[in-house]
Write a protein that binds this ligand. Structure first.
Ligand SMILES: *Cc1c(COP(=O)(O)O)cnc(C)c1O
Length: 385
């Protein structure tokens, strides 16, 4: 044994202590998946991009596949590899890749790819392997997908590549820009453009079996957008951009109080003295800040739950810490709930989003790496026999 190995060998085990923790309840993902699968006219694709919206891509993927989803969706191919590595055999679609992505690996690993333009099509067709592609049309948001001006040419070129055996066009996809507001007529225009895109594809000789336009909001509000499959991400993790369904948020963020101090009225708190205590009170220090995903822009508005009571976050949220006006003394190490499903009076992710001037998606995908994660499995139903 070398001296270095001996030094490592004698290090004491680090016991788990109270620390900031993100608990993810997969039972909520299971319930949300069942509700969405029930609403979808056709198949349900579980979109697990951005590490399953911050909830753990593999955990969300496995849970969703066990509760009604039949496929998986990711943005980059790099997000697909760990799903295959873990042994998930469900169809996977990856829709946002640079033109020089590893298309050969996609074919080898049986990952479908979206093609948003002619250069992508050429690159995919040239790469070794037989490629399953979904032609991606821009349904009206000028973001990802092919410009309708080139759609006919894209379909015809894809058909020729198909006849040469280079690709198989299995799908056509689009994405709606305003689905969170079902009344916006941008949705009708998007649906019309998508229907047109399918017709053009068929006229070019393509036979796309998978035709998919709806994400969470349209899955919940607009059956006319469902076609053969709905692609849902936000809804799996309890976020409903349409505010029409009752979904369950899986995340709870807690942290221990690491310092408590008694202060007089008029005490300035934190950077810039942005807050002064109105009266004598107790201030609690919580070791979570914007590096952990609590936006600094929530300063002056945010609240947390302490001993069953909402208390205000005071002063500016710092990189690593925030201060709570406790109103009374609490013990060191006492747990503060920053957000959770809301059933016990704690703030929700939706409230943090409002306090920060953003959407829930940005909060849940932004929780930092140093927050300990604990994932609760879906309890199995015990047979009563
Ligand atoms: C993220 C994404 C989805 C999922 O959208 P949600 O609103 O989160 O359900 C579907 N399709 C595409 C193209 C996406 O980028």
């Amino acid at each position: 044994m070398t001296a270095a190995e001996r030094r490592v060998a004698v290090l004491p085990r680090i016991a788990p202590r109270s620390r900031p923790r993100l608990t993810i309840d997969l039972a909520a993902v299971a319930r949300n998946t069942r509700l969405l699968a029930d609403r979808a006219a056709g198949e349900l694709m579980a979109v697990v991009k951005a590490d399953g919206f911050g909830h753990g891509a593999l955990d969300v993927a496995r849970t969703a596949l066990a509760h009604g989803a039949t496929r998986l969706g990711v943005t980059s191919l790099e997000e697909a590899w760990p799903l295959r590595d873990a042994g998930l055999a469900a169809p996977i679609l990856s829709w946002l890749n640079p033109v020089d992505a590893d298309w050969a690996a996609a074919a080898a690993w049986d990952v479908d790819v979206a093609v948003p333009g002619l250069q992508h099509l050429a690159a995919v067709a040239e790469a070794p392997g037989r490629h399953r592609v979904h032609l991606h049309v821009d349904a009206g948001m000028a973001r990802d997908g092919a410009d309708p001006a080139i759609w006919t040419q894209l379909c015809r070129t894809a058909r020729r590549a198909e006849q040469r055996g280079e690709v198989e066009v299995v799908g056509v996809m689009g994405h709606l820009g305003c689905a969170d507001d079902p009344g916006d007529d941008c949705n009708a225009r998007g649906r019309t453009r998508f229907a047109w895109a399918i017709e053009i594809a068929r006229a070019a000789g393509l036979r796309p079996r998978e035709r998919h336009l709806a994400a969470t909001a349209a899955t919940l509000t607009d059956p006319r957008a469902h076609h053969t499959m709905c692609r849902v991400g936000a809804g799996l993790v309890g976020i409903d951009p349409s505010h029409t369904a009752d979904l369950c948020p899986p995340m709870t963020l807690t942290a221990p109080v690491t310092q408590v101090r008694r202060v007089r009225g008029g005490t300035p708190v934190g950077y810039g003295h942005a807050h002064r205590t109105a009266t004598a009170t107790y201030l609690g220090l919580v070791p979570l800040g914007y590096a952990d995903g609590l936006p600094r822009t929530a300063s002056g508005r945010a609240e947390v739950l302490v001993r069953g009571v909402r208390r205000p976050v005071v002063g500016r949220i710092s990189m690593d810490q925030l201060v709570v006006d406790l109103g009374r003394a609490v013990d060191l190490g006492e747990t503060v709930t920053v957000f959770g499903p809301g059933g016990h009076g704690e703030p929700t992710v939706a409230e943090w989003a409002r306090w920060s001037g953003t959407i829930e998606h940005e909060i849940v995908t932004g929780i930092g790496a140093r927050v300990e994660r604990r994932t609760l499995a879906v309890p199995h139903l015990r047979s009563l026999a």
